[in-house]
Structures are given as C-alpha cells and as structure tokens.
Write a protein that binds this ligand. Sequence first.
Ligand code: FAD
Length: 416
Amino acid sequence: MSNVDVIIVGGGIGGLSTAFALTRLGLKVQVLEQAPEFGEVGAGLQLAPNCTRILDDYGLLDKAKSLGVVPDRMVMRDAIDGSELTSLDLRDLERTYGYPYMVIHRSDLHGLFLEACRTAGVELLTEQRVTAYTQAEGSATVVTEHGTTRVAPLVIAADGLHSVARKLLVDDEPVSSSYVAYRGTVPVPELTRPVDLSEVVVYVGPRCHFVHYGLRGGDLLNQVAVFESPKALAGLEDWGTPDELDTAFAATCDDVRSGMQHMWRDKWWRMFDRDPISTWVQGRITLLGDAAHPPLQYMAQGAIMAIEDGWVLAEHLKRLRPGDGTPDWDDALAAYEAVRPEHCRRVVLTARAWGELWHLDGRAREQRNLLLRHRAIDDYSFTDWVYGPTALFPEDEPPMFEPIPLAAADLVVSDS
Ligand code: FAD
C-alpha cells in the first residue's frame, strides 16, 4: 500500500475542507480533482453559525470574515408587493449561537481552504477523474480515467451531485425540481437602485424567489433569481432559458425587477437534489458532501453540511486512535455514519418543504404571509436544530423544532 492515509476524490469545498481537517490530525491526505485546476464556479454563499463555529475551530474564521461580509439582518419580503414578512437580527443570532452569520464569495471560501491545504501539506492533484472503486481487506482503491490505480486505508468520495461512488451504495438519480437559478454579481457603484448592504434579503413569490446580499467587504452585490420553469414541467429539453426568467419575474415588485438587469444570462443552474439515503459507507469508502446529500439550496446549508461532514469525521478519527496512534478507521466511519445521514436527511427534506412555502401563490401565499408576520423575530425554535453545535453523536442531535405558538384563528385570512 502507498504511504497515503486518505484519498479524497473531489476538490470542491467538501473535499478540501475535509482534507484540511484530516491533515491537522497528522494524516497524509491526497486530493484527486478531475478538473485541470482547483476552483469554484458561481457567486455567493451564506455561512450560518454551524459553519462559522467550525471555521473558528480551524483558525480560518477571521480570514473568512475579512474576505466576506457579516450582515446585520436577514429579511424576508414578499416578491410581489415588496412588503417585509419576517426577519432575523443577525447580531442577536450571533450572541445566541456564539458565532456569526456571514456571506462570502464561494471562490474566496474555496481559495481559503485551498491555501490552508497547501500550507498544511495536502497532496493536491488535478486532472484525476476517478472512474472506478474497489475494496480489499483494510483498504480501498480508486482508478482514474487514465488507468492510474491508487490505494489507501480510507477513500472519501466528495465528488458532488453526479458522484460516481454513490452508485456503489444506491441506484438512484438526481431529482429535478423544475426550478432553475440565475446568478449575478455586480459592483455596487454600478447599481441603479439603493441597496442596504447590511441586509441579506430574500423576496419570496409565486413559483419564484430572488436573493441579494453584499460580498467582498461590500464591494459587490450578489444576486440569485430562482423560478419554476414551465418548459421543464412540459418535459422540454431546453428548460430554464432567459426568456423564461423574464416571464417568471414580470409581475414582481420594482426592486426585484430592477435586479434582473444584473443577472448573468449566459449560464444558469437547474436545481436538483436526491432522495436521502442512510448508508454512506461501504467498507473503506465513504460519501461526503453533495455526493451523499445534495440539497435544494433553500436552507443555504449544502456547503455547510459538507464542511460539517469533514469536521465530524475528523473528530471521530481523532478520538479513535488507540495504541500506536493509527486511527481505527472502521469505528470512526461507523460513528460518522451513525450521526450525519439523519441530520442531512432532515435538512434535505426541510429544504424541499421550505422551498414550497416560499413559492406559494393565491390564498396560500396570503396565509403564509400572515403566519410569517406573526413570527417573533427572536424566536430561534426553527433554527436551533440547524445553527446549534454540530452533533458528534446521534443522542446530541437536537429535535427539529417546536410547534409554532400561533392560535388557529390567526391563520384565517379575511376575504374582504
Ligand atoms: P461540489 O462543489 O460539487 O464539488 C465536487 C468536486 O468533485 C468538483 O470539484 C468536481 O470537479 C469534482 N469531481 C466530480 N466528479 C469527480 C470524479 N469522478 N473524479 C474526481 N473529481 C471529481 N450551500 C451553502 O452552504 N450555503 C449557500 O448559501 C448555498 N447557496 C447555494 C446557491 C445555489 C444557487 C446553489 C446551486 C447551491 C448553493 N449551496 C449553498 C450548495 C453548495 O453550493 C453545495 O452543496 C456545495 O458546493 C457542495 O460541495 P461539494 O464539495 O460536496 O461538491
């Protein structure tokens, strides 16, 4: 066997953050990335306290904050009339959970982990597309498209939504939501509307939503426009095109429509997730990140879950090193699999439901708005199970949330 302890397939945020976490334990880690260069496509990422807590543990939080923005408020507005529905006071949220809610350009976060991996001594290899996996007693082997074979006591597949390794565990396919995301970043001086950069804003509307927040110390505005594609629902191949974007947002308020001129119109992201699975480990191969639990993005927890996965696995490997310090790989994998799939199952399914709530129309939209306007803004019962400390053991996983303290009468919408 080679002297590599862990092979990680995929150099996205999940793969690199895990490589850093394991290298901190003194393990020799090799990352195999299919692309010619390490990098991230896209724009902003929201990082909740369950992630900034881990960044702090890694000694990376101050640098992340210097690259991003720590906003004061998160506000949900109705996309049709622009009215405020509910909000989170992010300074109070930071006091509650002990760590900030921040936003950062995804290439900056990826770059932060890449630099940390380089400094820590992770072996980073590009143009290494892994096409096959095999198992032996006490080791696993990967084969690249060029026929190179690599072996290690542990292989972590962090190879994203279209994971090759996932096929070892389940015969499933990505689930299309028929929704598509457009993104765009714009230098703040080029904006034609006033934008409060101390806020993360989400406008929720019938079959669409629009998000914006500042990036890079407030120099850039990040925008995401998401809508349900009629062409996707009709089963057409070319769905999510810019003409559909324009139609989807035609009836939204002025602020949302004026944001549309800054969207990138040459690239869009069709939104897929997968049904949750409870088995992520086969022998010495495990899934991690989107390979294990790709979500719809409505909870803004996809990259965070990937970072949490790596942190949890590293904590168990650190804990389970009997005798000469060699990790008990099997026990650590069992401990990881005992806690992470259930948490991620909850997030993936809640994200689906949360998206449905955002996209309501007609009377259901009015009822949602009424309900959200009644929410106490210091009520954290909905976020404790997500933003609290990442559980290492199943018994530490908090219950999902308490029932909403609303009287049924509050939900009756007047017809007048
Ligand atoms: P990926 O980023 O997909 O990385 C996989 C890597 O593996 C890639 O580098 C790929 O090239 C490589 N690879 C793939 N196959 C192979 C192979 N066979 N061999 C070798 N290498 C391979 N998450 C948040 O936490 N907060 C947010 O605010 C947020 N907003 C989002 C907004 C949108 C519009 C979208 C679409 C997603 C959002 N997410 C957010 C989700 C987040 O982007 C993903 O969950 C996260 O990036 C997944 O990281 P990953 O490393 O697991 O997978």
